[in-house]
Write a protein that binds this ligand. Structure first.
Ligand code: UT7
Length: 336
């Protein structure tokens, strides 16, 4: 017998080695939209916090934006594409029904053999993709992975429907994950990478946020339909709850959070979530004003913006969260 406390062995974690993002060339302001839709800059800013969004041109696709974001993430990580063994791309707007857009990114990066597939969880897609990639890495499937959120929602918007078309934008964000060993206790500052994650889905709410077409029903792509007020209500409740779960799982409290990197749907949802966590507004990364809602791209886009402008630094504790169609929702605690 010995009095010594057991020292837990270090564990394998998925660490964010680099981030990148890409936006379409064209920036569209609220005033520009108001020229063709019955809306106003005042209404959009007051209800959503959105001032502008980027809209893809014909030659800009989900996979081309994803590839640009992935290249920048690889550059930031100081890694070569040949080191990537897994690509998980979250999108609800793939270039085509199949092949997976992840394989298009793979080809564009010149990777001849790796695991590559898409994940479809709409706005929560990046959280789902992150968790799937991390599980596969911990299982030994790859030492390095690209996790990407990329969307061209402008292609599935009904530009006559003012209740939806003003809310969304196009873009892509990516992270390179590397499998590294670090401290076992997530609350230990030496524990780096994805420390905990929680995912949820509740298919009873399909009809509150959906696309009214698809290959197996109408044979068309369809357009986004949303009952905004109901989605809003569910978002605030579900996000507060999953944030509590993911922090508890990591043995952390809201006071430990350096940065909340939330899904960018509506500035009012971000404010409400920060209030519930008792987190000062300065600790929340906000890009909804310039990007609008870019669905699966919004969390990695916001992350990359804050990494590149120097707010998020190595060692910072980040909480990522998102909620979207399905409903699906999830959160993750990451030490950057
Ligand atoms: O990313 C997935 C998750 N998505 C979300 O989290 C979205 C959640 N929902 C929201 O962000 C908000 O509910 C919206 C921004 C979509 C809408 O804001 P709201 O305060 O809930 O407004 P509302 O839908 O209750 O509409 C209020 C009024 C209506 O007019 P009446 O019926 O009161 O006369 C709408 O017709 O605003 C009208 N309206 C508009 N007016 C000017 C709706 N869209 C517009 C518009 N411009 N673009």
């Amino acid at each position: 017998m010995t009095d010594q406390l057991p020292i837990s062995a270090p564990v394998l974690r998925a660490v964010i080695a680099g981030t990148g993002s890409a936006l379409p060339r064209r920036r569209v302001t609220n005033a520009e939209l108001a020229e063709t839709v019955d809306t106003s800059d005042e209404w959009i800013v007051e209800r959503t916090g959105i001032r502008a969004r980027h809209i893809a041109a014909e030659d800009e696709t989900t996979s081309s934006l994803a590839t640009d974001a992935a290249r920048k993430a690889l550059e930031a990580a100081g890694m070569d594409a040949s080191e990537i063994g897994l690509i998980v791309l979250a999108t609800a707007t793939p270039d085509q029904t199949f092949p997976a857009s992840a394989t298009k990114v793979q080809a564009a990066l010149g990777i001849n053999d790796c695991v590559a597939f898409d994940v479809q969880a709409v706005c929560s897609g990046f959280l789902y993709a992150l968790s799937v990639a991390e599980s596969m890495m911990r299982g030994g499937a790859a030492k390095a992975a690209l996790v990407i959120g990329a969307e061209t929602f402008s292609r599935i918007l009904d530009w006559q429907d003012r209740a939806t078309c003003v809310l969304f934008g196009d873009g892509a964000g990516a992270v390179v994950l590397r499998a590294e060993t670090s401290a076992a206790d997530p609350a230990d500052k030496a524990a780096r990478g994805l420390l905990s994650s929680r995912l949820h889905a509740d298919g009873r709410h399909n009809e509150l946020l959906f696309v009214d077409g698809g290959p197996s029903t109408t044979g068309t792509v369809g357009k986004v339909r949303m009952k905004g007020r109901e989605v809003f209500r569910h978002a605030v409740v579900n996000l507060a709850s999953v944030l509590g779960e993911v922090l508890a799982e990591a043995g952390l409290t809201p006071a430990d959070i350096d940065w909340l990197v939330p899904h960018q749907a509506n500035a009012r949802i971000l404010d409400a979530t920060a209030r519930k966590l008792d987190l000062p507004a300065e600790r929340v990364i906000v890009t909804v004003d310039e990007h609008a809602n870019t669905s699966a791209a919004s969390v990695p886009l916001a992350l990359d913006v804050a990494v590149r402008d120097g707010r998020i630094k190595r060692g910072d504790l980040l909480v990522l969260e998102a909620m979207g169609g399905g409903f699906t929702w999830g959160a993750a605690v990451v030490r950057y």
